[in-house]
Design a protein around this ligand. Structure first.
Ligand code: PLP
Length: 451
């Protein structure tokens, strides 16, 4: 018999457990509980197989920027599948969706970021970046410039290359990461690691670790520095204001290429088209994915400066994926960008719903369990603490307050994620003020229940 939405939840869960290996999950533990089955979604609201309506404050996985259920994207995908479902871009061919999307991204991206190399995901795009910056330096006659510096607790993807760029120790412990010539410096996480220091002094000190690392290795060995403008999966860690200007100064001084991983921060999340604009960064490459198509189709890529493209375009870069510039994904992404632009969604995040969410979010800092409530645009975090003044952490073995809070949220029809004792949100950018009120009420109630 066909497996459909109409099957009883328990039967679907049993089949899921029998045959589906979930990413980043202890599948045996999940089998005991049964995975929650999401059957449909509209706007910011998910429906599960039991008919529960859940406010998705994570935008899927930080990606559904325009919200669920936009017919226009379905139409465009169907039209493109009928017209040209696939063609490759390897062998001296191209197609209109990839041309149109590339031109549009060059228009939206800041500075001289005018060239796009496509992938299907952020992980693949960061793998491209590793090879591209090293190839750039080799072509420039400096093949020893191979090292890429990244940060502990950064997330850049899950492939061997991108996972090596990332600074997640739990990932590095499995399966042979990091690959050689990747170095990690500390993150600008004042709340968790800053002790008694002044936040701005701390931000400077953390940025200067980049300079120390470059000096230690020799600038002639360093190809690039990669970072998320605001760390997402690490717990929405918003750096002190002093941090990025100092990083930019150091990259400029040593000629180290700067890669801004915009996979989460891009496409309106921070109130500008790109996080680099919000944080005043001048990257040489931006990694994009997620909000590029609002998650409706898998697509990622690297937006590359004139300077780098000139060199890479002059050699044969032996790199690419079957789905680089997939026509359906490109058509969907282009329609998504049209909606973001025409409905002034990025402007609304900057000037209207974003400030409203900020006010409601920051009010959660009054809760006894919350040590810090911060947000930029529509990515926010709460730091849970047993003691606000000392910013103490909960005992690590207590199942974490964050985990308990996340479970309470779920029970209260709200999806928030936790990273240790940090609660995080990244809602669809189209969330209304009324929905923001609901989000804040459910978050407060869940905190109460977790306390
Ligand atoms: N870079 C950042 C900043 C991310 O947050 C992610 C995913 O969460 C990635 C890269 C990897 O993207 P993907 O999961 O599409 O491979």
């Amino acid at each position: 018999t066909a497996i459909t939405n109409h099957m009883p939840t328990a039967e679907l869960q049993a089949l899921d457990a029998a045959h589906h290996m979930h990413p980043f999950t202890n599948n045996n533990e999940l089998e005991q509980k049964g995975a929650r089955i999401i059957t449909r979604a509209k706007g910011v609201t998910l429906t599960d197989s039991e008919g529960n309506q859940i406010l998705d404050a994570m935008g899927g996985l930080w990606c559904v920027n325009i919200g669920y259920g936009r017919e226009e994207l379905a139409e465009v995908a169907a039209r493109q599948m009928r017209e040209l479902p696939f063609y490759n871009t390897f062998f001296q061919t191209t197609h209109v969706p990839v041309i149109a999307l590339s031109a549009k991204l060059a228009e939206l991206a800041p500075g001289d970021l005018n060239h796009v190399f496509y992938a299907s995901s952020g992980s693949e795009a960061n793998d491209t970046n590793i090879r591209m910056v090293r190839t750039y330096w080799a072509e420039m006659g400096q093949p020893e410039r191979k090292v890429i510096i990244s940060r502990k607790n950064a997330y850049h993807g899950s492939s061997v290359g991108s996972g090596s760029l990332g600074g997640m120790s739990g990932m590095h412990a499995q399966g042979g990461m990091p690959i050689p010539d990747i170095h990690h410096i500390d993150q600008p996480y004042w709340y968790g690691e800053g002790g008694d220091s002044d936040p701005e002094e701390f931000g400077l000190a953390r940025a200067r670790q980049l300079e120390e690392k470059i000096e230690e290795l020799g600038a002639h060995c360093v190809a690039a520095f990669i970072a998320e403008p605001i760390q997402g999966a690490g717990g929405v860690i918003i750096p002190p204001d002093s941090y990025w200007p100092e990083i930019q100064r150091i990259c400029d001084k040593y000629g180290v290429l700067l890669i801004a991983d915009e996979v989460i921060c891009g496409f309106g999340r921070t109130g500008n088209w790109f996080g680099s604009q919000t944080l005043n960064i001048r990257p040489d490459i931006m990694t994009i994915a997620k909000g590029l198509s609002s998650g409706y189709a898998p697509i990622g890529g690297s937006i590359v400066s004139d300077k780098i493209a000139e060199v890479i375009n002059a050699c044969e870069f032996n790199h690419g994926y079957t789905y680089s510039g997939h026509p359906v994904s490109c058509a969907v992404a282009l329609e998504n960008l049209r909606i973001l632009e025409e409905e002034k969604i990025v402007e609304r995040v900057a000037q209207d719903t974003g400030p409203y969410l900020k006010e409601k979010w920051q009010a959660l800092a009054d809760h006894p369990l919350v040590g810090e409530a911060r947000i930029v645009g529509m990515m926010g975090s709460l730091a849970l603490t047993p003691h606000k003044e000392s910013r103490a952490k909960f005992a690590a073995d207590a199942g974490t307050a964050g985990y308990i809070c996340r479970e309470r949220c779920f029970a209260n029809s709200l999806v928030m994620r936790h990273v240790g004792d940090r609660m995080i949100i990244s809602p669809p950018l189209v969330i209304t003020k009324e929905e923001i009120d609901t989000l804040a009420e459910r978050a407060w109630a869940s905190l109460d229940q977790a306390a």
